[in-house]
Design a protein around this ligand. Sequence first.
Ligand SMILES: C[S@@+](CC[C@H](N)C(=O)[O-])C[C@H]1O[C@@H](n2cnc3c(N)ncnc32)[C@H](O)[C@@H]1O
Ligand code: SF4
Length: 471
Amino acid sequence: MTRDTATRSAETLNIGQIADAFLEKYNRPGPRYTSYPTAPVWKDDLGPAELEKFYEAADAKCTPLSLYMHIPFCEALCLFCACTVSIQKDKSVAIPYLDSLKREIDHVSHFVSHNRHVVQFHWGGGTPTYLSPTQMEDLFGYTRERFTFGADAEIGIEVDPRVTNRAHLESLRRLGFNRLSMGIQDFQPKVQETIHRVQPYDMTRALIETARSLGFSSINVDLIYGLPYQTAESFRDTIDQVLTLSPDRVAMFSYAHVPWLKKQQGSFEAHLPEGMEKFKIFLAGLEGFLGAGYLYIGMDHFARPDDELAVAQRNRTLHRNFQGYTTKAGADLYGMGVSAISSIGDAYAQNRREVPAYESAVAERGIATMRGYRLSQDDLIRRAVISRLLCHTVIPKNEIEREFSIAFDDYFSAEMPNLDSFREDGLVILSPDEIRVTPVGRIFIRNVAMTFDRYLHEQQMNLRPLFSRTL
Ligand SMILES: C[S@@+](CC[C@H](N)C(=O)[O-])C[C@H]1O[C@@H](n2cnc3c(N)ncnc32)[C@H](O)[C@@H]1O
Ligand code: SF4
C-alpha cells in the first residue's frame, strides 16, 4: 500500500480530528488489563497451599496448559525498561537460578496429569538468551520430560538481538521453538544512545534473516512510542526500517513512564514527548503499519491479515492474557520463575519478585507464591465484559446475560450512564443489544474498559500513582 492509502486508513479512524482537549481528557493513568482485577487489587493472603488447590481443580477439569517461565537476567540495563529484571554481568548467577526454576517446574508438574497438553509455552524476561545454548537445552529438556506438549504448541521466546547469536537460534529451533519476539524499540541513534540500548538496524536484520532461514514461523518485533527525543518524523523512519524486515506481528507499546518504580527513567524525563506530541508519534506508527497492510488488533498490537491473531479477531475467538493477545482459549496459565504470574481457573497468583527471595522460597516449599487473588462472581462478570471489549471491540449484552444469568442493563445500571460521554465524543455506539467501540474509540479503549472496573475509583484515591498513562 502507498502512503496515500495509509492516509485514507487513518481517515477511516477519524484521528485527524482529535484535539488537544480531547487528548487531555482521555490521556490519564489507567491499566492495560492483562488481568481483571488488576495486580494492585491482589492480596497477600494467597500462598503456595491455596495455589496448589487451584492446580488440583484445574487438573480435575483437564484444561489445556500455557506455561510461562521468567528468566530475569540482562547484561546491561536499558534505561526505559519497566520489566522485572536483574542486571548481572557475571553469568554464573544463572546456575543457582536454573536449579531453583527446575525445582519449581518439578513441583508444579506433580499437579499436572500427562493427558493435559501444553498448547502454549513461553520464555520471557529479562533476556532468556542470557542463557547459553547448553543451559537452554537443559532447561527445555527438563520441562519436556515433565509435561506433554501438544503437536501444534506455540513455543515462543523473547530475544534481544544484541546478545543472541546463531548458536542460540539453532538450539531453539532444534528444541521446537517456532516463535521469536524481538526487542527493537526505535532505530534512531540519538534515541538509542539516550536509552542505553544501541542496536543497529543491520544487526537486527541479520538476526531476523538467520531466524527465517532456520524456519521460525512467526517473528514479532517490539517497538515503543514516546521515548526521549522521538518525533513523529523520526518514528516514521523507524517504522519504514521495520517494514523492510516484514515482521509477522508488531507490538508498538506506549512508553510506560513509572519513575516511582524505575528511578533510572528519571534521567531522560526532560526529553520525553508528551500529549499531542506523543500522540502524533503513535499516529505515525499507526499510519505506517495500516498503510503497509497490517491490521490493528488493538492495545498496541498489529498483525498481518493472514496471521492467526487477525483471523481469530475476525472469528471472535481471540483472547487476552499476561502475554498479550492469544488464540489459545481456555488454557490455564502456569507461571514459573521470579515474579511470574499464574492465571488458573478463577484465581491469579504471583511469585516472589526478587531472585534471592524466590530461590529460598522454592528451596523451602517447591513454589514461591507470594500473593494473588480469587475472583468473585462480580469479578468474573466484569472480566468477561472487559475481555470482550479489548478482544472484539464489542460487548454483545446477550452473551454476558446468558453466561452469567443477569440482565445486563440492570446489572450495570451505575456504569451505563458513564458511557454517554464516550458516545458524545464518538468513541462508542450504544444500542439496546450491544456496546460497540468505533474505530477512533479503539485508540482509547482502555478508557472505555475502565468504566467497568469497580476497583479503579478506590485506586485513584490512592496517593501513590499505580499506572502509567493510557496513551
Ligand atoms: C522483556 S522485554 C524484551 C526482551 C529483551 N530483553 C529485549 O529487550 O529485547 C519486553 C518488551 O517490553 C517492552 N518494554 C519494556 N519497558 C517498557 C516501558 N517502560 N514501556 C513500554 N514498553 C516497555 C519493550 O518493548 C521490550 O522489548
Ligand atoms: S528491555 Fe530487555 S534487555 Fe533491556 S533491560 Fe529490559 S529486559 Fe533487559
